[in-house]
Design a protein around this ligand. Structure first.
Ligand SMILES: [Zn+2]
Ligand SMILES: [Zn+2]
Length: 306
């Protein structure tokens, strides 16, 4: 069986919904991968959270915007401005539903902001939206009343761990032969053929994180999230406000738990909490009854997935 022994660091930058509270900034979530930083949504004030979380202003970076509601996008101009000011040089990519390009253009042009680094925007729909050496980004339409995308970051599987001691024992000289074995190919040492499996462990399975806010519980999200190591899901309300959740295109914590369960995800983070919940205990209890591996996301909390 494939082993999982590498890490991906995920940081919640904002975990409130609609309006910020003393404890919760507006939605934003960042993941540090081998291929750089992937940020999901960028609510107002994210630039400061980003600074506090020490995520680094010059990494390769992509921002994935779920939808065009103010609480998810108003942080973009400020973040671009701060990054420019801090000396970012690398290109930054912004993905989102139709409208995102005009938003970025208007909010930078009207304040006469000239970015010191290239910013490219991509208007995307459901499907594979980007692929790098390290991961693939998938999108699916959520259910929120306006065009809203849920995203999955799917890391590629990695070659197994190379064991130098085993290679030495088999008298394989260090150098190009080791490199070839590390890629999983067999090599010839004199007349001996040596299979990579003799010195390389089993492949390491890539991690998967799914981000789904703001949304009603939805089959497309369940499909997108299949087998996630972590699903971050809209958990705006408790069950006694389920009518409100339906009316505004959100989910209750229990509904989020059902999505996590149906998608065979391993862990669930509830986010986009309504400002009416100063203490999220009720939300957590209701979700845990259905999906025990639930936690409530908190601003500036990081977790390492491995
Ligand atoms: Zn929202
Ligand atoms: Zn919304």
């Amino acid at each position: 069986m494939a082993e999982k022994d590498h890490k991906m660091k995920a940081t919640f930058l904002g975990t409130g919904g609609s309006v910020p509270t003393k404890k919760r900034n507006l939605p934003s979530f960042a993941v540090r991968t081998d291929g750089g930083l992937v940020m999901f949504d960028c609510g107002e004030g994210t630039q400061r959270q980003f600074l506090i979380a020490k995520l680094g202003f010059n990494r390769p970076m992509r921002i994935l915007v779920s939808h065009m509601h103010a609480d998810h996008i108003l942080g973009i101009p400020g973040l671009l401005h701060s990054m420019s000011f801090m000396g970012r040089k690398r290109e930054l990519e912004i993905y989102g539903p139709p409208g995102i390009r005009e938003f970025v253009q208007c909010t930078t042009e009207t304040v006469k902001f000239t970015s010191m680094f290239p910013v490219r925007t991509f208007e995307v729909r459901a499907g594979t939206i980007a692929r790098t050496d390290a991961y693939t980004l998938e999108a699916a339409w959520a259910d929120h009343g306006v065009p809203c995308l849920a995203y999955a970051l799917v890391e590629h599987d990695k070659p197994g761990r190379f064991h130098p001691a085993k290679a030495r024992k088999l008298s394989i000289p260090k150098g190009p032969l080791w490199k070839t074995l590390q890629t999983g190919k067999s090599v010839m040492v004199g007349r001996r053929r040596i299979d990579a499996s003799k010195v390389v462990g089993p492949p390491r399975k890539g991690l998967k994180i799914t981000y789904a806010v703001d949304t009603r519980p939805c089959d497309r999200v369940v499909l997108l999230a299949r087998g996630s190591d972590l699903i971050i899901h809209d958990g705006t309300f408790a069950s006694d406000a389920s009518e409100r959740a339906r009316e505004y295109g959100h989910s209750t914590a229990a509904e989020a738990a059902k999505v996590a369960k149906r998608s065979h995800s391993k862990n669930l983070a509830l986010t986009h909490l309504s400002a009416i919940y100063d203490d999220p205990k009720q939300l957590l209890l209701e979700a845990k009854r259905i999906f025990p591996r639930t936690f409530v996301a908190e601003d500036l909390k990081s977790l390492e997935l491995s």
